[in-house]
Ligand binder design. Structure first.
Ligand SMILES: *Cc1c(COP(=O)(O)O)cnc(C)c1O
Length: 396
């Protein structure tokens, strides 16, 4: 009988709506790109809220690689990896990811959510500990929940607090410190150099999620391990193909070979979920090939990000300190952030306002994500629109 349950669900949905937290999805009617068509809006809008950092989501060569792979290798694998779902392409992509990060071996997943979800449980038992940054991504939190290890939490990026937790965690056998590379709401980079030092001092393994940093952070976009000169030294890196690295789907864990090998034997989202389809895998190989041939896109992204942030600061906006392509324009007030985003859309600028509970109470903001695909003209239009709306709404 659905009756009582239905009433309960309707009440819950109404509560979400009354709290102003109901998420309506805006509909895009074009490929994902720096400039997109949106249902109900005449003319294109400039997109400042995709994870399309390198502009590869509609790259012609990537699409060509995916198309050819589908023609030659079919649509899907109809199997998990260890039964009959491994093609040479999967092996090639795993090798290319290892080369990109300077690691020993790589295992692919359907998504980084799965990579993180299936990471801890095969490696640790109730005798061990996970020390996790308070602002880690939901998928790391869920992965930690699925594992029996003792949990410790440290304040975001706070190495003194991390050290305190590591001292407590000496009670356990093995320890993994888990952190995002870039924290998605502020754009700050984890202090990986200090984390690594503490890991050595307190006998811990380090796991870093490079989802928002791969392709973005570091001189050649190899992520936070490049930024901190720690290539090949961090034991576990997870990441996604769904952001800078093409923008489609697919996740991975890359690092020490014994870790990857054990994950292949025991990681549940790998063992019990379908292999990535050939077209996605071939497109991933093409993305990494493009990035290995030239640093043009990463350079363009860095130039665009520096330009956007400095112009926004000059205009008088309060920008959270960032070391990535994420630029949090602080408005503090939730209602204001929604008004601001709506006003920007009427001016052809597509952004999202974030407020509690996605960010702390009183920390509402608009998160701008800069892309290598943005032209200087598009960035200027964005800055101009922000400035106009900022004046209209009394922010500037
Ligand atoms: C986006 C993101 C994920 C999820 O990646 P998917 O491949 O889309 O599942 C995991 N971790 C972090 C830090 C992310 O930003």
């Amino acid at each position: 009988m659905y009756t009582n349950f239905q009433t309960y669900l309707q009440t819950t949905l109404n509560e979400i709506k009354q709290a102003g937290l109901y998420k309506n999805e805006r509909v895009i009617v074009s490929p994902q790109s720096a400039s997109i068509g949106v249902a109900g809006h005449t003319g294109e809008v400039i997109n400042f809220c995709a994870n399309n950092y390198l502009g590869l989501a509609d790259n012609k060569e990537v699409i060509q690689a995916a198309t050819e792979a589908m023609q030659q290798r079919g649509y899907g694998m109809a199997s998990v990896r260890f039964i009959c779902g491994t093609q040479d392409l999967h092996k090639q992509l795993e090798k290319a990811i290892s080369e990109f990060f300077g690691t020993e071996d790589t295992i692919l997943y359907a998504a980084c959510f799965d990579a993180n979800g299936g990471l801890f449980e095969p490696l640790l038992t109730e005798e061990d500990a996970i020390i996790s940054d308070a602002l880690n991504h939901a998928s790391i939190i869920d992965g930690v929940r699925l594992c029996k290890a003792v949990r410790y939490r440290y304040n975001n990026g706070d190495v003194a607090d991390l050290e305190e937790q590591l001292k407590k965690a000496q009670a356990q056998r093995f320890r993994i410190i888990a952190t995002d590379g870039v924290f998605s709401m502020d754009g700050n980079v984890c202090p990986l150099d200090k984390i690594y030092e503490l890991a050595k001092k307190y006998d811990a393994v380090v796991m870093v999620d490079e989802s928002h940093s791969a392709g973005v952070v570091g001189k050649t976009g190899r992520g936070v391990t490049e930024q901190f000169n720690l290539r090949g030294q961090i034991e576990i890196i997870t990441g996604t193909l769904g952001k800078a690295l093409g923008g489609s789907v697919g996740g991975f864990t890359t690092g020490k070979k014994e870790i990857i090998d054990l994950l292949r034997q025991r990681s549940r989202p790998y063992l019990f979920s379908n292999s990535l389809p050939p077209m996605i895998v071939a497109a991933g190989i093409k993305v990494l090939e493009l990035l290995s041939k030239s640093n043009e896109l990463q350079d363009k992204l860095h130039t665009n990000t520096d330009y956007f942030i400095s112009k926004m600061q000059q205009a008088g906006f309060d920008i959270k300190p960032t070391q990535s392509a994420i630029c949090a324009v602080m408005l503090y007030d939730a209602v204001l952030s929604q008004k601001f985003a709506a006003a920007l859309q009427t001016k052809g600028i597509y952004v999202t306002g974030f407020y509690y509970p996605v960010v702390p109470q009183g920390q509402a903001r608009i998160r701008v994500q800069v892309s290598a695909a943005h032209t200087r003209e598009q960035l200027d239009k964005g800055i101009e629109a922000f400035t106009q709306v900022g004046k209209e709404l009394g922010v500037l």
